[in-house]
Write a protein that binds this ligand. Structure first.
Ligand code: ADP
Ligand code: MG
Length: 285
């Protein structure tokens, strides 16, 4: 590999919207056979909107939304985009990656997040189960709201696949690469995005550590793995993958952990990067 050819490839990448962090990255890109894609913010827009509210425990729906909005006000998670707002009345805010948020609102302890996380925090989530299932079968992300340890409501939120998502997956297949969906979200919303984009292999409900373990397991089975993600929750998986690819509009943590950055947030650029690496390196050889 002549340094000049690699530099030309790197420069061509920049023109196409793919920032390549060092010439050796092109060689690794060429060897990839499996492309693992995060869901929210990578295959989808990450611009989540509220789709519905179910109130439990005789609380008005508006009060469920008010509690969630107050608790999520300092969260950077895409789910919070659909919920946060209103006056800043929350105190003692903490975010739990892959789980949700905890805050004190009007003197009450409020938890907002994934049903399984609330259950692990001692909340009885049985009263929320029917609404959670209905939202997830609909392809939405179900967010449970608890006040002082009692489930008081379920909010359904969702975003849409990016315009280029299905084409991005089709192009990967054309290049002989195997696409895999990997998400912290539940099986229902994961299956909806997999169907919309044409992905057959889905790993859902994975914590950040679980995402990392999935990458390692694929590597141990002999795969050369690229991981595409945007979130803090993807950073460990991006670093462990043979090739880490970050969406340009993603978090700083994802960008720092990646070998390639897609400047336009366009998932079809993943295939563009692979084609560029093949072209550059076949000229060199
Ligand atoms: P993803 O892989 O889809 O980006 P994460 O690992 O960030 O998902 O989170 C997994 C799940 O945890 C989310 O789908 C959501 O249900 C829940 N969750 C995480 N953060 C929040 C939050 N701030 N508010 C509500 N729910 C959250
Ligand atoms: Mg994401």
């Amino acid at each position: 590999a002549t340094p000049t050819a690699l530099l030309v490839g790197t420069g061509r990448g920049a023109q196409l919207g793919v920032l390549i962090r060092g010439p050796e990255v092109l060689e690794r890109t060429r060897r990839v056979d499996t492309v693992v894609l995060d869901k929210t913010g990578t295959l989808t827009t990450g611009r989540m909107a509220l789709r519905g509210t179910v109130a439990l425990a005789d609380l008005p729906e508006a009060e469920v939304r008010r509690l969630a909005a107050a608790a999520e006000v300092d969260s950077e998670h895409p789910v919070a985009r659909a919920l946060a707002g209103g006056p800043r009345i929350a105190e003692d805010f903490t975010a739990v990656a892959g789980g949700g948020v905890r805050a004190r609102v009007d003197g009450a302890q409020v938890l907002v997040g994934r049903s399984g996380w609330l259950a692990s925090e001692g909340v009885d989530t049985a009263p929320a189960a029917t609404a959670v299932r209905a939202a997830e079968e609909d392809g939405a992300t179900a967010v449970v709201v608890a006040r002082d340890g009692v489930a008081v409501g379920v909010l359904a939120v969702g975003d849409a696949p990016r315009a280029g998502a299905a084409e991005a997956v089709a192009r990967l297949r054309t290049l002989g690469l195997d696409p895999v969906l990997l998400t912290g979200d539940a099986e229902g919303p994961a299956a909806a995005v997999a169907a919309a984009t044409g992905i057959g292999t889905v790993f859902a409900g994975e914590s950040p550590a679980g995402k990392l373990a999935r990458i390692r397991a694929l590597q141990e089975s002999g795969r050369v793995v690229a991981m595409v993600g945007d979130g803090v929750n993807d950073a460990a998986a991006l670093a462990a993958a043979d090739l880490g690819i970050a969406m340009g509009g993603g978090t700083d943590a994802a960008g720092a952990a990646a070998d390639l950055v897609l400047v336009r947030d366009d998932p079809t650029l993943v295939a563009t990067a692979v084609r560029l690496s093949r072209a550059t390196l076949s000229i060199i050889r």
